[in-house]
Design a protein around this ligand. Structure first.
Ligand code: 5GP
Ligand code: MG
Length: 458
């Protein structure tokens, strides 16, 4: 999970990147960084924390030049470290190389040990550093050939923005796991993980970067090159279910409408006797709307979200056991008291926050609480960039639906079936990766990969 943004050929490149990262904040809250190039040298600002806290007037002013790339990071594994903040930058005689990466390289261990055997030392444990090293490797003279050769050695998932002096490179892995799109603002080209970032700066969406495509952007010109590896399309279906913003279009489809369809499909499968349907905000909102319209049930927003909490550093005390949930979400007792309610949640991962939310709804006086989930049980870890933990932490990997219902404390529980989910998405032009539900991993995973990811902490 991460968000990337890049600008080529605009006087305010870094400021636009800053705004772009603002729109992509949901893709990573751990750290934020921008690197720019002013024709002579690169400037870099990176910090732990949210975009709003990572930059100020002065640091933005120091990011000179007409080219910039930026990154927001959500560390998928390991402990947060300021060393791992992206973009990663390195000097090379062909130019300064900076890399912003979203995804997870599955052959990182092999690449790492090969390079270490040849004497390479690494500063960080991120995929981005490996990519910079691969580009810098001797052999090919032309920078584009170097980039193509480097990217063809990567396996797993990557959506990338690379800046080599004033050359901006965008690329997606051959399966197209993670999104990345191209836009235009005046004469400048813009790259973003999601279209909501283009909207914010008033850029026009041009197209998605294709799966297995590399774009070289320089001085207003774009060249497209294909990676030689062919692969079946496997765009991440969970981007639609939870991760992307509903106002984005990813993989050529709007996320809000896709979520509505998932909710409608859920209503065809599951209709407990209820007074009204309500979402767990915000991630359940669109699916709950779809559900309510299909089931012709009233829609209530009986949990109100506090939008101003940011990150809470206050440690919950014994007096406030459900503090983390309560500070963010507060139920409206007057709406809930004595009612049979159906809550719609986009997904259950560990089950712990869902359990806490149901408890607060009971305390608020709900008589019956039924729960519909707009995706199937998540039974398998994700190795392509979504923060799904090891199997032991995934509740559905270890419990049957009835046991999960018992754990979260609802009166009934229904997960959207796999067929229902796929049927809701059937108009898509792409095949999806649904490995977290099925265990069918489209790109091979090394045996001990889980352990590798945890150890590397990247
Ligand atoms: P749980 O009950 O499993 O503790 O939490 C489920 C909630 O986590 C859901 O509201 C869902 O929107 C949210 N969620 C789903 N996937 C992810 C993820 O990858 N990371 C985080 N932080 N939350 C997620
Ligand atoms: Mg949620």
């Amino acid at each position: 999970m991460c968000g990337i943004f890049a600008v080529s050929g605009h006087k305010e490149a870094a400021k636009l990147t800053y705004l772009g990262l603002y729109a992509l904040q949901h893709r990573g809250e751990e750290s934020a960084g921008i690197v720019s190039f002013n024709g002579k040298k690169i400037s870099c600002q990176k910090k732990m924390g949210l975009v709003a806290d990572a930059f100020d007037q002065q640091s933005l002013r120091s990011l000179e030049g007409e080219c910039a790339i930026g990154h927001v990071r959500y560390s998928t594994t390991g402990s947060p470290s300021s060393l791992n903040i992206q973009p990663f930058s390195a000097c090379h005689k062909k130019g300064n190389i900076s890399v912003a990466h979203n995804g997870n390289l599955t052959n990182i261990n092999i690449l790492h040990s090969k390079m270490e055997d040849k004497g390479t030392i690494f500063q960080t444990s991120t995929d981005s550093e490996i990519i910079a090293h691969l580009i810098a490797k001797p052999g090919r003279n032309n920078i584009k050939a170097k980039v193509k050769h480097a990217l063809s050695q990567l396996e797993g998932s990557f959506s990338l923005a690379v800046m080599i002096d004033q050359l901006i490179v965008a690329a997606r892995d051959p399966s197209g796991f993670r999104p990345l799109c191209l836009g235009k603002l005046d004469q400048a080209y813009v790259l973003a993980s999601e279209t909501c970032a283009l909207d914010l700066i008033g850029a026009k969406y041009i197209r998605d970067v294709g799966a297995g495509e590399i774009l070289f952007i320089k001085e207003g010109k774009i060249e497209s090159v294909k990676l030689n590896k062919k692969s079946k399309s496997a765009s991440c279906i969970f981007e639609y279910i939870y991760f992307s913003r509903p106002d984005s279009n990813i993989f050529n489809r709007n996320v809000y409408l896709a979520r509505r369809r998932l909710g409608e499909e859920l209503a065809r499968e599951y209709k407990p006797d209820c007074d009204f349907v309500m979402p767990i905000p915000d991630s359940g909102n669109c699916a709950a709307l779809g559900y309510a319209s299909q089931a012709k049930l009233p829609y209530q927003t009986a949990i109100i979200r506090n939008h101003y909490i940011g990150r809470t550093f206050i440690q919950p005390s014994q007096l406030m056991r459900d503090f983390r949930v309560r500070v963010k979400l507060n139920p409206v007792k007057e709406v809930l008291a004595g009612k049979k309610v159906l809550i719609i949640e986009d997904s259950i991962v560990r089950g712990t926050t869902t359990r806490a939310k149901i408890k607060t709804l009971r305390q608020a006086g709900a008589k019956e609480i039924h729960m519909g989930v707009s995706c199937p049980p998540i039974k398998f870890p994700c190795f392509y960039g979504i923060d799904f933990p090891t199997k032991s932490e995934l509740i559905a990997a270890n419990k049957e639906v009835e046991e999960i219902r018992n754990f979260i404390g609802s009166d009934s529980l229904h997960y959207l079936s796999l067929e229902g989910m796929l049927s809701a998405m059937r108009e898509a032009e792409f095949d999806f990766c649904a490995a977290c539900f099925t265990g069918g991993y489209p790109v091979e995973i090394p045996n001990n990969f889980n352990k590798i990811m945890l150890e590397r902490g990247g």
